[in-house]
Design a protein around this ligand. Structure first.
Ligand code: WTA
Length: 645
């Protein structure tokens, strides 16, 4: 890969930055040389403890074990709400921008306190206790944040399921976490379209007999089916509740939430995060990576259904006492100027989005951007997938008027918070590089033999020591966590990503090296899509790989073998695509289906995905050795009938 030119941070930014170059070097050194002292200090500075901790951390990565501040006790909502009431009760906590540009709402910290307490009391009245799991299946409305925080208020564990997931996916997640209560809305609204959330919940619950209560927020007021034994309306139910609710003080290592994410094998796994370490790192990264200053408006465009929404719409910003913008809509509605209009309307200071959105908007043309002011912006951020240098440059020069540093933040659901990212006052930017590790994070690159690569090089990205917001478990399956993250390279946390380190110690993430796709910044297991495709009675076998897609980053390329006697047809293609949408969600729809008379397999019957990936990417001269295949001729057949796009 050719070296890209470096962009220095604008001098005006550096002058006022929270962390300068020297601070970074000093603090990073301390964080790795004396982690006990470093983290003890940060945990005291950033969090309010009801019971101080005396033990900082314990780790045994060979068993995937870690514990942080284990004998301390606290409550997340005391940190995110109560402690701000003395000085900023009237400051906006959540600034909500609806799908319709005429809809918005500012929720102060005082109002947030009352909303969260009332809902927390409602949950208690419904029998929800500390440790119980609550499923949240919501559109991007303030009640989604109230619901998460209400769980945290009483020590319940939330499991937010992205509103774009299908009833079948929702059902799997409800059952896996054994949720007994679901919080949802009648409908969601995105880009002028309505999403039937309540109807989806009704369908999911036909197979979840243990769910005894559904709390429904009225978002659009459409008529919905109603089970009067099970369903209650949010507004009328919370109205009768007390507006004070004593916080449940929990142990630092009590679980805060479960969030499902895709892996290379099997069904999505419920990644578990605990209380103090997660909150500390979400807050610290929020403050330092986004160089957050008192009074600023921060906007993360993710959905609360993903980790990015958890950490950088809700927990990080609120714990830091910021004003966090929550957007219900999409970047292109009413038109491709929407993001920048919202930036101007609410005087957004820091803006955080995904490369796929940047590429889509770049394709719509500069006028949508340049006709807006954007002078409130001070910093830009990206997350979710590698950003190509062209998109980076456009974001920097057209959106940021070459004034705003871009923080390219690499992290994962499992890491809870940013792991590798520029600190914008401390290091020059290189378009396409996530720069250097955050405090306390010790990345390493391993070669094919599992040996650490020193200096420059490329390999598997692993993390050598535990960090406060590290994954604590996969719900209901501890062994699966160890197998997935801590067994590939014993003693290390395995990220599933490949990366390159350059001569300046900057990391360049090259993408997943396992069977996980990254489609528009959303993680999907190839195995999940394959399982959906083989549900069709005409399908004998399916193999799914990713290929480069100009907007989505990766597109989904499916090779499908039909049972004998069944012929390919346009109708069948449509049916298979629909099946992926109904089984998983619209994000899982294959972009390309190629009918494959046979799949390349080893003599032992293993599908050789490496070859399929090359065919999908049109990298035909680097197919590699095909002599070990049971029937090498299938490869020629697949190449001859590659789908054009
Ligand atoms: C990818 C999202 C390159 C990576 C926070 C990772 C990135 C996966 C970046 C996690 C980035 C995330 N540059 N790749 N800045 N950020 N990724 O769990 O492959 O939804 O493993 O968490 O996204 O996706 P997840």
């Amino acid at each position: 890969m050719s070296e890209v030119h470096t962009r220095p941070i604008p001098a005006a930014f550096i002058e006022n930055a929270l962390i300068g170059a020297d601070d970074y070097e000093r603090m990073y050194r301390q964080s790795v040389e004396n982690p006990e002292a470093f983290w003890a200090q940060q945990a005291k500075d950033f969090l309010h403890w009801d019971q101080p901790f005396t033990r900082v951390f314990h780790e045994d990565l060979s068993r995937g074990d870690t514990a942080w501040f284990a004998d301390g006790a606290l409550n997340v909502t005391v940190n995110c709400i109560d402690r701000h009431l003395a000085n900023r009760a009237d400051q906006t906590a959540i600034l909500w921008e609806g799908d319709d540009p005429a809809d918005n709402q500012a929720i102060s910290y005082r109002t947030l306190y009352e909303k969260v307490c009332r809902l927390a009391n409602l949950l208690k009245a419904q029998g929800v206790k500390k440790g119980d799991r609550v499923c949240i299946y919501m559109p991007m409305i303030p009640e989604a944040a109230y619901a998460m925080l209400a769980c945290a208020r009483i020590g319940a564990v939330h499991s937010v399921v992205f509103g774009g997931f299908s009833p079948a996916s929702l059902k799997d997640r409800i059952l896996d976490a054994d949720c007994r209560l679901v919080i949802t809305a009648d409908e969601g609204v995105r880009g002028g379209k309505h999403i039937p959330l309540k109807a989806n919940v009704d369908r999911a619950l036909t197979d979840c007999p243990e769910v005894r209560r559904v709390i429904v927020v009225k978002r659009t007021g459409v008529p919905v089916d109603w089970d009067s034994k099970r369903d209650i309306w949010y507004a009328e139910s919370v109205a009768g509740m007390d507006s004070e609710c004593a916080p449940e003080i929990v142990h630092a290592e009590d679980p805060l939430f479960i969030l499902y994410t895709s892996g290379s094998t099997g069904k999505p796994k419920g990644v578990m995060h605990t209380t103090a370490g997660y909150l500390l790192m979400a807050t610290m990264t929020f403050k330092y990576v986004f160089d957050y200053k008192e009074g600023e408006v921060f906007w993360c465009t993710a959905d609360v259904g993903w980790i990015t929404g958890h950490s950088y719409i809700v927990y990080g910003p609120l714990c830091a006492g910021a004003s966090t913008l929550m957007f219900e809509g999409v970047p292109t509605y009413p038109d491709a100027s929407r993001f920048w209009q919202v930036v101007d309307k609410h005087k957004v200071n820091a803006f955080y989005t995904a490369p796929t959105a940047i590429r889509a908007l770049m394709g719509a043309g500069d006028d949508f951007v340049t006709k807006t002011d954007r002078s409130s912006l001070r910093l830009l951020g990206t997350v979710g997938e590698p950003i190509n240098p062209e998109a980076w440059e456009w974001y920097y020069t057209v959106v940021g008027d070459a004034r705003c540093p871009i923080v390219d933040t690499w992290w994962q659901t499992e890491t809870g918070a940013h792991m590798i990212s520029p600190l914008p006052g401390a290091m020059a930017l290189k378009p396409g590089s996530a720069a250097r590790p955050f405090f306390g994070v010790q990345p390493a690159l391993l070669d094919g033999d599992g040996k650490e690569i020193e200096g420059q090089g490329e390999g598997s990205l692993v993390i050598k020591r535990s960090w406060p917001s590290m994954i604590r478990g996969i719900y209901g399956d501890r062994q699966r966590m160890i197998d997935t993250y801590f067994s590939t390279y014993p003693g290390y946390y395995f990220t599933g990503d490949g990366a390159r380190r350059d001569g300046d110690g900057y990391y360049w993430i090259t993408g997943r090296i396992d069977d996980v796709l990254n489609v528009s910044g959303h993680r999907l297991g190839t195995a999940e899509v394959e399982s959906a495709l083989v549900l069709h009675e005409d399908t004998a076998e399916a193999a799914v790989v990713g290929y480069p897609h100009p907007v989505k980053g990766q597109g989904i390329y499916a090779f499908v073998t039909l049972k004998s006697g069944h012929a390919p047809s346009e109708a069948l293609r449509r049916a298979l695509i629909d099946l992926c949408a109904t089984e998983i969600g619209p994000i899982a729809k294959p972009d390309i289906i190629q009918w494959a008379p046979g799949l390349p397999k080893t003599r032992s019957g293993k599908i050789m995905r490496r070859i399929l990936r090359k065919i999908a990417c049109n990298a035909l001269d680097s197919l590699g050795d095909t002599s070990t295949l049971a029937d090498p001729s299938v490869v020629d057949e697949l190449i001859a009938h590659r789908e054009n796009r």
